[in-house]
Design a protein around this ligand. Sequence first.
Ligand SMILES: Cc1cc2nc3c(=O)[nH]c(=O)nc-3n(C[C@H](O)[C@H](O)[C@H](O)COP(=O)(O)OP(=O)(O)OC[C@H]3O[C@@H](n4cnc5c(N)ncnc54)[C@H](O)[C@@H]3O)c2cc1C
Ligand code: SF4
Ligand code: SF4
Length: 532
Amino acid sequence: MEPDLRIGLYVCHCGLNIAGVLSPEKLVARAQGLPHVAVCRHHLYTCSEAGQAEILKDIQHFNLNRVVIAACSPKLHEVTFRRLLEESGLNPYLLEMVNIREHCSWVHGGEAEAAQDKALELVRMGLAKVRLAFPLQDREVPMTRRALVIGGGPAGLRAALDIANGGYPVTLVEREPVLGGMANRLHRTFPHGESALALINPLMAAVVLHPGIQILTHSEVTGVSGHLGNYTVTVRETLPMVGEACHRCGRCAAVCPVTVPGAALAGVEARAAIYLPAPHAFPGRYVVDREHCTRCGECVRACPVQAISLEAGEREQQFKVGSIVVATGFTPFDPVGSRYEPWAALPGVLTTVDLERLQNPGGPTRGVVTFPGAPEKLRDVAFILCVGSREAEGNRYCSRVCCPTALKQALELKNRFPEVRIRIYYRDIRTTKKDWEALYTRAREAGVLFLRGRVEQITAFPGGGLRLAAFDETFQVPSEDRVDLVVLAVGMVPGNGGHLRQILKLPVGPDGFFLEAHPKLKPLETVLDGIL
Ligand SMILES: Cc1cc2nc3c(=O)[nH]c(=O)nc-3n(C[C@H](O)[C@H](O)[C@H](O)COP(=O)(O)OP(=O)(O)OC[C@H]3O[C@@H](n4cnc5c(N)ncnc54)[C@H](O)[C@@H]3O)c2cc1C
Ligand code: SF4
Ligand code: SF4
């Protein structure tokens, strides 16, 4: 330790973030006489130009050789103040940040006196630590110039392409047998009505054709160790039972004796145990559903190019990457297991995900909007918003895509069936992004009706059709309607599962989605360096 320690101590108000709870003036007064403190000041915003200039002046004037900043989290401004020390000629590691905002004023808002005492204790600890600090030199360590992207939906594809175009090789790991994510299940997209296929296909093609991108579909990350610049990743790949020779003639599916009902569109969407997950998606070949396949071998015998082998197992591989992008997206809210389950079980009740599939000419009904119990001519349709979102119990957040999805689908129905009467039951219409509000205007202009209220019950009429009972909040009266089709506008739930969270040791918020490093300043970064 240097014998002549001269520490500059700076306490920040952070506007009222800190000063609204404890008194920086009092803290300075109490810290003034602490050992080795040569100068002690408070500032409205220590990170401001004026705040930094004052510290710089003090370093020279008082010949300071250590600095302690009592302010916000080091994650926010440690780099700023290290640069300042460097500029002054001091070694940047002779700095200590004391977090009296996140660790004190923000968490002790209702106990000002205790917060004041705690802040002093934190400052004492910071001073004790900085007394032991010694100059450090930055070292360069070799790093792996390869990135891992987890998730091959629109976000993962875009990330992989941008990184690869920047000159860094990428390994893209997708859990499903094909790339594309939710975009494979969409028809027309809000806000401009482009087909999802037209948006996702060029992106997918660019990724597939890029020489710098290695694609591992039907694969999952099972282990990650190491640190920023040098991660070792373990991936388990389910090897395809249908090889590249497959030219999608479909003879295998035609002979397969197994029928697997569609997850949601039971009775409408059924497939064999060997199937084409999405006709346009990469890799463009049939896939064997291992869970339902009975290994009867009919498809192997029917395949004219011997592309099928029911023996294919799994393979594990390890490789190094320097950084990781997590783009695992979401899963649509499933009404099964929730208070919506009895409604969802009624014939004539679909989710927006189902309707998206039915409206799609590439979907199971080739674009015909039909469902069990559908009338010959669709006359009355109701959409219910906020299903699985903004719940008093359950998911409290707004999913944000269900309002524009319902508006887009209502407009598409109106376009196809101008006579159809559509009523949207809503709590609030949240068309928050650029161009989304125009959808709302267009829907009203097209004659879509809006009722602000709570849907309380849906029951089936014996002869067909549904009775929908609601409470109209605008007029404070009960409201009743008879409709052919009810569409539940389902929200989003986290799609990453606990597994990946544990492997990456990434924190999640109360809603279960990965936490951003800072909601405003670092909305795309996680708290772990090197993982985005
Ligand atoms: C009914 C409905 C309609 C919509 N309509 C529109 C629209 O019209 N316009 C619009 O802009 N948006 C629309 N959206 C929203 C849109 O689907 C999403 O914004 C978009 O899909 C998000 O892309 P993503 O890549 O983040 O996630 P996803 O599309 O969910 O892709 C994530 C990918 O990660 C994979 N994955 C998950 N976990 C793992 C893992 N552990 N390992 C490897 N891979 C993993 C998944 O299999 C998936 O392929 C709609 C959403 C819904 C539900
Ligand atoms: S082996 Fe499996 S996929 Fe092939 S026909 Fe039989 S059940 Fe279907
Ligand atoms: S986007 Fe609309 S429907 Fe979805 S949760 Fe938010 S307010 Fe409800």
